[in-house]
Write a new protein. Structure first.
Length: 431
């Protein structure tokens, strides 16, 4: 029996994930999809809608709802984590934590990303422990943000559980570039034959190549990206930076490259992104309760997460069917990048087959990129230690290491605020 457990099954993303499994059920013969969530009311809404969708689309697998984590994980082949500890209200607190201290307020980087990691890492490790006892051969596929840091914690503190971190930014970038390339050359290209080259950390990657059937189109793609940036007043990255790098930075690098501009955008809050999403999710949950609805509403795209179901189900399909496909994922690189610490978890191209997820040899990034990357990686390692051990000293050092952290003489104030704000979710820090 092929069983998949989704921890955080009450997420508004779940209907899209369900569609991914239905689209691939000929090659991925799923028997049971378990949706587990600690919020029974929300699970009933989202899970009930998922069950109606499955029935209407004649899915050949059962959709089972549960509030029992161990029951959901037991005997699973795959466990997908898409949870948010503290829900969207905690994300709002993460954003405003940064804002009130004059720092970037964001859920995956800086002080907000650290707060989210401190809440999330212990919960994910608890899931890994249940997998060790109840589904020892399962693969944990983590989407929970900050995905790279959480995956780093898994490799360091749950090494006996097979795990991988995934994110939709790379595939979204790939599909956007593919669309632009098709317009340039005037022919339709098969996305399965296209491979984007990326390296870095989750939400801290650089894109530097794009091959279709072995031919690298990157020079003309980069030229088009630069021309587009020159023609737009409010583009992600300035022309001079793109010309100099000859790489496309991940959108989240705007927080590092244009920190002042991104802080100025916060001056116009509310609404912050969390406050926007709270309204979007409220509308989505209302639509999900419509007993006559059997398709995910178009408004789900406002939630973000484009191609989420594609990323998740393609990776599982490649692993289950031993396809040896290349996917960009977060894994310990084990020396695949020469000169970098082999124990680091990186976001990079990997072979995905039944034998596991193997990082592909990839040339290191230039020093202009590795400076930021090294600082953030040390931050990730220290934050994981702080989350697991309730170590306030490690948490202080993490903030000292992060390039978007507070000035050294303000670290203790920010840290105290972070811990107190999240006190209900951080018992490890309050003995």
């Amino acid at each position: 029996m092929l069983k998949v457990a989704v921890i955080g099954g009450g997420s508004t993303y779940t209907p899209e994930l369900l569609n991914g499994f239905i689209d691939r059920q000929d090659s991925l013969p799923l028997d049971e999809l378990w949706l587990m969530d600690v919020d029974p009311e929300r699970l009933a809404i989202v899970g009930g809608f998922a069950q109606r969708m499955a029935k209407a689309k004649q899915a050949r697998f059962k959709v089972i709802l549960s509030t029992n984590q161990q029951e959901a994980i037991s005997d699973s082949a795959y466990v997908i984590t898409q949870l948010r500890v503290g829900k969207m209200k905690a994300r709002r607190e993460d954003e405003y934590l940064g804002k009130r201290h004059g720092l970037i307020g964001q859920e995956t980087t800086g002080v907000g990303g650290m707060a989210k990691a401190l809440r999330t890492v212990p919960v994910i490790l608890d899931i890994a422990n249940d997998m060790h006892n109840l589904a020892p051969h399962a693969l944990l596929v983590n989407f929970a943000n900050p995905a790279g840091l959480v995956t780093e914690a898994l490799f360091r503190y749950a090494p006996d559980v097979a795990s991988v971190g995934v994110c939709n930014v790379t595939i979204t970038t790939k599909m956007e570039i593919l669309k632009q390339l098709e317009q340039q050359i005037g022919i339709t290209l098969d996305s399965s034959h296209a491979q984007i080259k990326a390296l870095g950390l989750n939400h801290l990657t650089w894109f530097f190549g794009f091959e279709v059937d072995g031919f690298d189109y990157w020079p003309q793609i980069m030229k088009a990206i630069i021309n587009e940036a020159a023609s737009q007043e409010d583009d992600y990255f300035d022309v001079r930076t793109l010309e100099t790098l000859q790489m496309l930075p991940n959108p989240y690098l705007r927080y590092y490259y244009y920190t002042n501009m991104m802080r100025e955008k916060q001056d116009h809050w509310p609404p912050s992104r969390a406050e926007e999403v709270l309204e979007i999710e409220s509308d989505l949950l209302t639509e999900y309760q419509d007993k006559n609805r059997y398709e995910a509403p178009e408004s789900l795209m406002k939630r973000g997460g484009a191609y989420y179901s594609t990323v998740a189900t393609q990776l599982l399909n490649s692993h289950y069917n031993d396809l040896n496909e290349i996917h960009v994922a977060n894994v310990r690189h084990q020396g695949a990048v020469t000169g970098w610490d082999p124990d680091w978890v990186l976001e990079m191209p990997c072979w995905v087959s039944a034998s596991g997820i193997l990082p592909l040899p990839t040339p290191p990034l230039p020093p202009v990129c590795t400076g930021i990357l090294t600082q953030v990686k040390e931050f990730e390692i220290l934050t994981a230690k702080a989350a697991v051990e309730g170590d306030r000293h490690a948490a202080y050092l993490a903030l000292l290491a992060h390039p978007l952290g507070p000035p050294a003489d303000e670290i203790q104030t920010v840290l105290d605020d972070m811990l107190e704000t999240n006190r209900p979710y951080l018992p490890q820090f309050f003995h």
